[in-house]
Design a protein around this ligand. Sequence first.
Ligand SMILES: [Zn+2]
Ligand SMILES: [Zn+2]
Length: 58
Amino acid sequence: MKHYICTGGCQGESKVPGSCEALACPENGKPLTECDCNDGKHKPESKAPLPPEERETE
Ligand SMILES: [Zn+2]
Ligand SMILES: [Zn+2]
């Protein structure tokens, strides 16, 4: 289900379009980003960083 999140680090989340309301957030007053994740992680499907255990050690 679609939702809107702040990418400024305040972890703001809304079910309706809007802007960040966290005064301490660098994205305060800026539009929230549309997100449609199902796991609540708000991450794009592609470009997921590899978990540490799957990275080759030197
Ligand atoms: Zn924010
Ligand atoms: Zn999301």
